[in-house]
Design a protein around this ligand. Structure first.
Ligand code: P6P
Length: 338
């Protein structure tokens, strides 16, 4: 590194925790479990095709999706690297039906939820994929014995940390602990995530929309009206961008602005993206960056979870762009109810 003033992710977390009344070093130790796993995954993802890790395992996961070999590797890696941390009470993964409770007793203060490798069906064609994580506190005991499921099912507004790792042309990590959004790039020459942007903010408005319009026929009619409007000269010109890998589409939206939509469809009547470990962490990040995230009418972070793997419709991105979509949906609802 030519610049001695660089800051690593660990230094950044410890520096910020020094300011927080609860600086115990536990949080930075917890996050280091995620970053170790992500460095190993970055190396694996970069070498797909050279290693026997392409394709599927032949199994189907709890979501009913074909398990990619790298899904299993990513899940095992994260479970192992986070599971060693005594400060972790439980973990929950997109790849595992139920939360995993760790025998850490009172030392276990945190709950970590993750999608180990989102977009993994794109790996074989070298499209960027990502790891998404969400961190909750184990609820204080209230006299009632709570199951690990009850401890895990908390609203997104209860998160104490969230972030993602994007395995693309560079390996990028973006995280928040509720004090702004910070971006790091992995420097493979030293094996450390280096700070590149502090207090990242999303543009309030940007004429980019990101949506799989092949499903448009079964979208909410308000969304269909939005998709018609967005192509008119009055609206635009808008650009359409859709990678089909949520972390990649979200990262572009966060940095450049715009709106990403995955509404309810005939095939996915609750939406496709999962609340607890996809929508919630990205909603925490986008709000910390000055953006907005809703189901189309309800703030994502206020959605009361009922199931670990529940799905939710998602409209996320620049505040003004999300509000335009919400307005189209609200106008359609009032037209129908009139
Ligand atoms: P569609 C990948 O499978 C994923 O879960 C997200 O990463 C992505 O945003 C979405 O599904 C893409 O879904 O229906 O457009 O292929």
């Amino acid at each position: 590194m030519s610049d001695p003033s660089f800051m690593t992710l660990q230094q950044h977390i410890i520096q910020r925790q020094r300011c927080a009344e609860e600086a115990t070093g536990e949080f930075s130790f917890l996050l280091s479990g995620i970053t170790i796993a992500s460095k190993i995954l970055a190396d694996q993802v970069r070498r797909v095709g050279l290693l026997d890790i392409l394709g599927t395992t032949g199994e189907v996961n709890v979501q009913g999706e074909q398990v990619q070999k790298l899904d299993d590797i990513a899940n095992d890696m994260l479970m192992q690297c986070i599971g060693y941390r005594r400060c972790v009470h439980a973990m929950a993964s997109e790849e595992v039906a139920d939360p995993v409770e760790l025998e850490t007793g009172d030392a276990g203060r945190y709950i970590v939820l993750f999608d180990p490798l989102d977009g993994s069906s794109n790996i074989d064609v070298n499209i960027p994929v990502g790891t998404i994580f969400s961190i909750l506190k184990k609820p204080e005991p209230n006299g009632k014995e709570c199951s690990v499921e009850e401890n895990v099912l908390q609203k997104g507004c209860e998160q104490v940390g969230a972030g993602y790792v994007l395995y693309g042309s560079a390996t990028v990590l973006v995280y928040t602990t509720g004090d702004g959004v910070h971006q790091f790039v992995l420097d493979p020459s030293i094996g450390a995530f280096i700070l590149v942007k502090e207090q990242l903010t999303i543009p309030e408005k940007k004429a980019i929309y990101s949506c799989n319009e092949a499903n448009a026929h079964s979208f909410d009619e308000g969304v269909q009206n939005y998709l018609n409007w967005v192509k008119t000269s009055e609206a635009g010109p808008y650009s359409a961008r859709y990678v089909g890998s949520f972390v990649a589409d979200f990262h572009r939206t966060l940095l450049k602005g715009g709106v990403f939509l995955y509404p309810a469809t005939a095939k996915a009547p609750e939406g496709k993206l999962r609340l607890m470990y996809e929508a919630n962490p990205m909603a925490f990040l986008v709000e910390q960056a000055g953006g907005k995230a809703s189901t189309g009418d309800t703030r994502i972070l206020d959605v009361e979870p009922t199931k670990l793997h529940q799905r939710v419709p998602l409209v996320i991105g620049s505040k003004k762009e999300v509000e335009i979509v919400e307005d189209f949906m609200a106008r359609r609802r009032s037209a129908v109810s009139a």
